[in-house]
Design a binder for this molecule. Structure first.
Ligand code: ADP
Ligand code: MG
Length: 437
């Protein structure tokens, strides 16, 4: 018991209620910074500490590797047990498919194609089909392929729905794309989710995983898409041990099919679900919350929570209407220099947010010109960097010489780099027995 008490201290009343609620499905709705993730992790920890749940029977799902890592670390720290099933939807699906995928013809050592691999493959197919990438953008084609996949349409089924040259091209590319993935034993991100749903439609396999994963906890529920919803519902089954936390006002993945209506569906599908609202905010001052509320309250599609804080009003928000991007950048630089010179803020204490990647160039140039050091967060992702992709392609090609996308890439990496990789391989006598995602 003392462990439990320690877990609950410092939580506000609503948070405590959410952490300890023990009678079935639970939905925690709250705005940003109100402790949703904290409640979810403390709830897992509380159930483990109270011996209502063993760490290995908990499934913790979220959307980024970073968030997943933090949740796992916190639960481990609080209870001394690391939940083995804690990760993103995609990593969880990859794990399940590596264990049981054979049942639907997926080899355990399958490769995973990320966005950049998919694009490379589509470009290769377009070239083979003599379709110019200027008229047939690989990104747009992939978008349509992804939609078809998410509606569970095979290339043949898709063919019955297409119209015009564009549809014809997507259909052709889709067919070759699927053939290629199958030949080399690879799955793309959509496949990870879709194949897992197909796998869980086998009753014995579903039963097995329902027995293992008795309690399911999902962070950022508003960002789930249809297939993630289906997957979660299958696993939850009749026991209804689901805890979902979310905020309909901050769905950030609508372009990926996220559907905040999944919050409403959850209430529809689990009519006795308990809903707890968290309205106290721990991150921002009242002025910021009021401004956010004012904007969000124009929304009519979902309930609006009124956020409040004990932090006090704080300084007023200032609005500067810039004439154009350059004016905006010079305002940011000027403000940043002043905060640094006169108010003693370190540059590392200042964040500049922008809406689209295209805006970063003007800002970056202005900062460079003024000699202000900066770090671009989330610019070129690690796995998209050329040198990283080269090494990965090299390793993939060693594992699977039929992987033509990797082969094409290695042909372009240059002799010196290739020789270095060969040297490294010989030196280390690389083995690939347990290649993982
Ligand atoms: N009861 C509380 N007392 C003090 N700090 C809290 C409390 N609840 C949440 N916080 C802090 O508020 C911040 C936001 O919490 P978090 O769980 O990340 O919110 P959300 O997931 O809703 O955005 C974190 O720094 C967290 O530690
Ligand atoms: Mg959170």
């Amino acid at each position: 018991m003392p462990k439990t008490h320690k877990l609950l201290t410092g939580l506000n009343d609503q948070q405590k209620k959410a952490v300890t609620y023990d009678e079935g499905p639970l939905l925690v709705l709250a705005g940003a910074g109100s402790g949703k993730t904290k409640v979810l992790t403390e709830r897992v920890a509380y159930f483990i500490a109270e011996k209502k749940l063993r760490a290995e029977n908990a499934l913790l799902l979220t959307f980024t590797n970073k968030a997943a890592g933090e949740m796992k670390e916190r639960v481990t720290k609080l209870t001394g047990f690391a939940p083995p099933f804690s990760g993103t939807f995609h990593s969880f699906c990859a794990k399940l498919l590596r264990i049981d995928g054979r049942a639907i013809g997926i080899p355990p050592g399958f490769l995973i194609y990320d966005e950049a691999d998919q694009k490379d493959l589509v470009k290769q197919i377009l070239a083979e089909l003599n379709l110019p990438p200027d008229s047939y953008s690989p990104g747009a084609i992939l978008h349509d392929i992804s939609e078809a996949k998410n509606q569970m349409l095979s290339p043949a089924q898709y063919a019955e729905l297409i119209q015009g040259d564009w549809g014809e091209a997507v259909f052709k590319v889709y067919g070759f794309y699927e053939k290629h993935l199958k030949e080399i034993g690879a799955l793309d991100f959509d496949d990870l989710l879709i194949k897992t749903v197909i796998l869980l439609n086998i009753p014995q396999i579903l039963k097995k995983w329902q027995r293992v994963l008795t309690h399911i906890f999902v962070d950022e529920w508003q960002d789930t898409n249809k297939i993630q919803y289906t997957l979660t519902k299958l696993l939850v089954g009749d026991r209804k041990n689901i805890t979902a936390v979310g905020d309909a006002s901050q769905s950030i993945y609508s372009w990926r099919g996220a559907d905040f209506r999944n919050i409403n569906y959850l209430v529809r599908d689990f009519p006795n679900i308990k809903i707890i609202n968290l309205e106290q905010n721990y991150r921002s001052t009242q002025n910021i919350l009021n401004a956010a509320n004012f904007v969000i309250s124009k929304n009519t599609t979902h309930p609006i929570l009124k956020l409040w804080t004990q932090k006090g009003e704080g300084p007023k928000i200032k609005l500067y209407a810039a004439r154009n991007g350059f004016d905006e950048a010079s305002f940011v630089v000027d403000k940043t220099s002043r905060l640094n010179s006169y108010k003693n803020y370190a540059f590392a204490d200042i964040a500049v947010l922008y809406r689209t990647n295209a805006q970063s160039r003007v800002l970056e140039e202005a900062l460079l010109h003024a000699g202000i050091p900066y770090v671009l967060v989330g610019g070129v992702r690690f796995y998209d960097r050329k040198e990283i992709k080269d090494v990965i392609s090299y390793i993939r090609h060693l594992i699977n010489p039929k992987d033509s996308v990797s082969k094409k890439r290695i042909e372009k990496i240059g002799i010196r780099r290739f020789e270095k990789l060969e040297e490294f391989r010989k030196d280390k006598r690389f083995g690939f027995g347990d290649a993982d995602c």
